[in-house]
Design a protein around this ligand. Sequence first.
Ligand code: CP
Ligand code: NVA
Length: 302
Amino acid sequence: MAKHFLALSDYSSEELGGLLALAAKVKKNPGEYRKALEGQTLGMIFQKSSTRTRVSFEVGMFQLGGHALFLSGNDLQLGRGETVPDTAQVLSRYLDGIMARVFAQKDVDDLATGTIPVINGLSDLLHPCQVMADLQTIQEHKGHLEGLVLTYVGDGNNMAHSLINGGVRMGMEVRIAAPEGYQPVPEIVEAASKLGKVVVDTDAAKLCQGADVVYTDVWASMGQEAEHEARLKLFQPYQVNGELFGKAKDDAIFMHCLPAHRGEEVTDEVVDHARSVVFDEAENRLHAQKAILLHLMGGVAI
Ligand code: CP
Ligand code: NVA
């Protein structure tokens, strides 16, 4: 059975640590892996927009000696009702791996019923590739992950869920400051709480105190555009501005998966701050994903 990358909760702490070590190695010595995926093709299915995910996977496959094929969800027969499991069987006959950005997590899970590795490039529920790049970035700036406090401020969305899953597995305390009704799904919080410390509260200032990392994301995710106006008002107390970022430790770093809606969830002052690492995070998408591709499609052990 092919190994997939659908959710960080499918991976142990040791495996995630191994992937992060591989990502660091790939970043340091990219030339070593120039032919690792020679002759292989990754299909990239996008039901939603993307800048970082599309470009970093396509460039990553090229740098590993392989090829990436962009497949818009609307142009595939998927958009006209061909089932996901049938699509998975067909694509398995041509491709060596699939990366998919979807609405329903079930779609990416169903793609994994084919015979080739499938990578979750974001669903409404999870964004595991982003968090691998985030963990790599935190490790680079802080030297370690164990014992750090990461406070995520805003919507309890796909980013919050994957940060919880990844953070606790690497020994971090993950705090989520979100308004009532927009908090992370209880099943994810409960499962992660068995592995580490997860705090969920409505008080952003309280949860930022003593944080090593302050993280935020857009208030209305892809697919929630109609709620944008209503959410602007509701989430105002969760804006990461100079005052809120100032509650964290003096050497705290600011993170955002991007794209940022400047002036909404984060002010220019914070996103452009000397301790903002948002573009390092974006760069690390490339390195972290090359590690995932090498492991799943190139048989590189972690
Ligand atoms: N952070 C992220 O996944 O960016 P894109 O939506 O541009 O891929
Ligand atoms: N929560 C955001 C993340 C974008 C990378 C969204 O799903 O749109």
